[in-house]
Design a protein around this ligand. Structure first.
Ligand code: SF4
Ligand code: SF4
Length: 378
């Protein structure tokens, strides 16, 4: 039976996090059950964008330092790496701005830059060499909502092993979240972590996973060798059923882990003590159309066209940083240099919400159609 270990941790003070990480790993056998002296250990946090740690967009540096320390203590070589969502970003600068570089060094490890360390094609997917060469991968996801996939946790975090601009191609190939989930699980299957430790000290609700989401404390850290079980528990804690999350269901069906809560052994804090009420969830057009049973859908087909949530740019907030323009997988964002206007042409938009996810100024808003508003969806 897979285990998910849960420990209370109500702030990011380094000594508090150090103890919590040690405590959460103890029931799984401690770090030495996973890391042997001399092994190369890739520690993979969620570094979506250059946000400060208190915005809850990225795995908190205190968690990274604590895990690096554990690895070093076990005699492992700790390497910390990720590929941020903004594929044109200077990765080193992002790792510095998010506090990740310092966190790795404070713990006795160092950072690894995926793009400069080489990429290898595996089953048609470009994968960072650093992930393929590691003896052990420790996954450090952050518990957050996600506009497209509803929830982002352990399985989706491994998407960062696909370096740079290759990631945006996934959205073009698979704009529907169900298809996108399958591609995410393809990546997860290639770079399956040995151990997953989830930062849920402060998670994110609402319009996640980027700057437009709202930080919300859960005051816990969770760990498991089974990423599917960890995501089943993580999503349940914020009010989803595990079967609502595409990555969880797909990975479970492929035999990559357990999603049935009755078949997962919870060690530490009982789930009912920490399950959150009224966690604000994102809604997307794909999910809305699932709300209608098929026969009903036929009857109201004309109405379904009105189920729209479209991205648009608030010109008052836009700084013309061009991050959305450069990263839009459908190349449907235009920049008028003379007028200094960045605009979305919805004609070719695939509703991947990457622009919304990556805008650091919360300038990409989501416009709801009259029917969506009528349904009371915020
Ligand atoms: S909408 Fe956001 S990401 Fe796009 S150019 Fe404006 S500020 Fe930059
Ligand atoms: S405009 Fe935004 S939502 Fe539409 S395809 Fe481009 S990045 Fe995705």
């Amino acid at each position: 039976m897979p285990k998910v270990s849960i420990t209370k941790c109500d702030n990011y003070e380094q000594s508090v996090v150090d103890s919590a990480i040690h405590e959460v790993l103890a029931p799984l056998g401690g770090i030495s059950a996973f890391v042997k002296p001399g092994q190369k250990v890739l520690i993979k946090p969620n570094i979506l964008a250059s946000q400060s740690p208190d915005q809850a967009v990225t795995t908190h540096p205190a968690i990274i330092t604590a895990v690096v320390k554990e690895v070093v203590k076990a005699g492992g070589i700790a390497l910390v790496g990720d590929s941020p969502g903004n594929t044109y970003a200077n990765v080193l600068r992002t790792l510095e701005q998010t506090g990740v570089k310092k966190a790795a060094e404070d713990g006795g490890g160092k950072i690894v830059l995926f793009q400069s360390e080489g990429v290898t094609m595996v089953k048609g997917i470009p994968i960072a060499g650093a992930a393929l060469e590691a003896d052990v991968i420790i996954n450090l996801p952050k518990l957050k909502t996600h506009n497209l996939t509803l929830y982002t946790g352990a399985i989706k975090n491994m998407f960062g092993c696909v370096p740079g601009f290759y990631k945006s191609q996934f959205h073009v190939k698979a704009p529907h979240p169900d298809d996108f989930a399958k591609l995410l699980v393809n990546v997860f299957e290639i770079v399956r972590p040995t151990l997953n430790i989830m930062d849920a000290v402060v998670g994110m609700e609402g319009k996640g996973p980027g700057a437009a989401g709202t930080p919300r404390p859960l005051a816990i850290i969770m760990a498991s060798t089974d990423a599917v079980a960890l995501d089943a528990v993580g999503s349940y804690l914020i009010g989803f059923k595990p079967e609502q999350i595409g990555t969880t269901v797909t990975a479970y069906k492929r035999g990559l882990g357990e999603m049935s809560l009755e078949k997962i052994k919870i060690i530490g804090v009982p789930l009912e003590k920490i399950r959150q009420a009224n966690w604000k969830k994102p809604v997307n057009i794909y999910q809305l159309s699932k709300w209608f049973a098929r026969p009903l859908a036929l009857l109201i087909k004309p109405l379904l066209g009105q189920l729209q949530i479209d991205p648009f740019i608030d010109q008052g907030k836009c700084t013309q940083c061009l991050v959305c323009y450069k990263n839009c997988p459908a190349k449907t964002i235009n920049y008028e240099k003379e007028k200094k206007i960045v605009e979305i042409d919805l004609k070719n938009c695939i509703h991947c919400f990457c622009c919304h996810e990556l805008c650091e100024y919360s300038a990409v808003e989501l416009k709801r159609s009259w029917l969506v508003k009528l349904m009371g969806i915020e």
